[in-house]
Design a protein around this ligand. Structure first.
Ligand code: A3P
Length: 350
């Protein structure tokens, strides 16, 4: 198995990236004429972080992301050996990226970790946030009008996306590359998104209230929402394509991490050998990628993504059921009603 580092043309290591005056993710105007023309035809609504979200192919995106979506739909050529990690925002993307990167590259980067959290092998995860190691197609690889040459990347290439099934670049579906979807209980995903949005809002923008965010989320107006349609699109996609699409829930991964990590490794074509299992490799990987270890690496406490978000914004509690500490009984009832209606007869539940 070859390692899969991604060094994009304008992707300097975080430490040496020039510090932009305004974080890239807060920019709304730097889009091409092409994209601006498209945007003028789309439904728009008030955003959670930026002023607007635009509805494209049924789902909501900020303008900068939308441009990345269109560019990657036009240009991304999947290989059948690619591994694509797909999620709705705040469903455990960071965790899944860490796990995938470590599993796939474990022959070249041994995932051992000392009891103190110091990695003796200096694993790339110690100095890089998982979002830098496994880049988003629409938010990193094809953002800001760039169309990088990805043909020299060794296989298996690892990418991620928040795009729903119908918006995926066609080649992903045609090549039958390996797609993993990580879903999460809508209530916990919502609370996580609400916290995240408030961390990302510009300082002068104030906070978005829980009630306002709740109304928007239930209406489907959230980053890559409607949340329920997103998860359902992948649930159905996985039922139709069981050999190439793996559907997993954050809650199940938390509950039985070893079981699910072994299934993932098998699905990715790099199962753990008996010897590896006996040597504790699976446990080492889970430990290295655990919330406690990962969130305490310097890079994740103090670093930033090249788009400007603080890495620490991607780590909050990492627990199941935290939404119960925030939502009223009425809100929980409404969430459950929407889930019942949307998932009716699908076989999907959280
Ligand atoms: P909470 O806000 O509920 O704590 P994403 O990576 O898709 O942005 O999702 C972020 C959510 O995953 C946050 O949830 C975050 O704390 C949690 N998370 C991040 N790293 C994790 C890890 N290693 N293990 C479990 N959960 C993790």
């Amino acid at each position: 198995m070859a390692p899969t580092p991604l060094i994009l043309p304008n992707n300097l290591p975080e430490e040496t990236s020039p510090c932009p005056k305004v974080a890239k993710y807060l920019e709304e105007d730097d889009i091409t004429q092409d994209c601006e023309s498209l945007i003028s035809t789309l439904a728009k609504d008030q955003g959670w972080v930026l002023s607007h979200l635009y509805q494209y192919q049924g789902f909501w995106h900020p303008s900068r992301q939308l441009e990345g979506v269109i560019t990657c739909q036009r240009h991304f050529q999947a290989r059948d050996t690619d591994i694509i990690l797909t999620t709705s925002p705040k469903c455990g993307t960071t965790w899944l990226k860490a796990l995938a990167y470590v599993v796939v590259n474990r022959k070249t980067n041994t995932p051992t970790i000392g009891a103190t959290g110091n990695n003796k092998q200096n694993h790339p995860l110690v100095t890089n946030n998982p979002h830098e190691l496994v880049p988003f197609l629409e938010l990193k690889v094809y953002v800001d009008h760039q169309v990088p040459d990805l043909t020299q990347m060794p296989s298996p290439r690892l990418f991620s996306t928040h795009l729903p099934v119908d918006s995926l670049p066609l080649s992903i579906k045609e090549t039958g590359c390996k797609v993993v979807y990580l879903g999460r209980d809508p209530k916990d995903a919502f609370i996580s998104l609400w916290h995240f949005a408030n961390k990302l809002r510009p300082p002068h923008g104030g906070k978005i209230s829980l009630e306002e965010a709740f109304d928007k989320f239930c209406k489907g107006v959230s980053l890559c929402g409607p949340f329920w349609d997103h998860v359902l699109s992948y649930w159905n996609y996985s039922l139709d394509n069981p050999n190439t699409v793996f559907f997993l829930k954050y809650e199940d991964l938390k509950h039985q991490p070893k079981l699910h990590l072994k299934k993932l490794a098998e699905f990715w074509g790099c199962p753990f050998s008996l010897e590896e299992e006996n040597n504790g490799v699976v446990d080492d990987i889970l430990s290295l990628c655990s919330f406690e270890i990962l969130s305490n690496f310097e890079v994740n406490k103090f670093g930033k993504l090249s788009s400007g978000e603080d890495n620490k914004a991607f780590f909050r509690k990492g627990q199941v059921g935290d939404s119960a500490n925030y939502l009223t009984k009425e809100m929980i009832h409404k969430f459950d009603q929407i889930s019942l209606t949307k998932f009716h007869l699908s076989g999907l539940n959280f």
